[in-house]
Design a binder for this molecule. Structure first.
Ligand SMILES: [Zn+2]
Length: 104
């Protein structure tokens, strides 16, 4: 189901000023926030900009993603060749090699 973005016209509630709602294309567009019942407007969808979802897509786009595995230990799930698969606090040799990532 597609995700639609809505913006509170007035003050935001706990959902935030802009929030996303997953709706069927058959559902009516919201005119009011499901939480605070205040008026909202639908934002123009960002056509053509898709959010990378997999670690591989992120890596191919040049992102480095670190996932916390333990106190001070981060797995580099987008590790490239020669990069350490984990980053450990206090061990600079495990920091992702950005010089290698940034080539142009
Ligand atoms: Zn609201």
């Amino acid at each position: 189901m597609p995700v639609y973005e809505y913006e509170h016209i007035g003050k935001p509630c706990r959902r935030g000023q802009v929030f996303e709602v997953r709706q069927s294309i058959h559902d009516k567009l919201l005119t009011h926030c499901p939480d605070c019942k205040k008026p909202v407007k639908k934002l123009i969808s960002r056509v053509g900009i898709s959010t990378p979802k997999t670690n591989r897509e992120l890596r191919d786009l040049g992102f480095t993603k670190l996932v916390k595995r333990d106190e001070g230990v981060y797995e580099n799930v987008t590790a490239r060749d020669g990069e350490s698969p984990v980053m450990i606090r206090g061990k600079p040799e495990t920091i992702p090699n950005l010089k290698k990532t940034i080539r142009d």
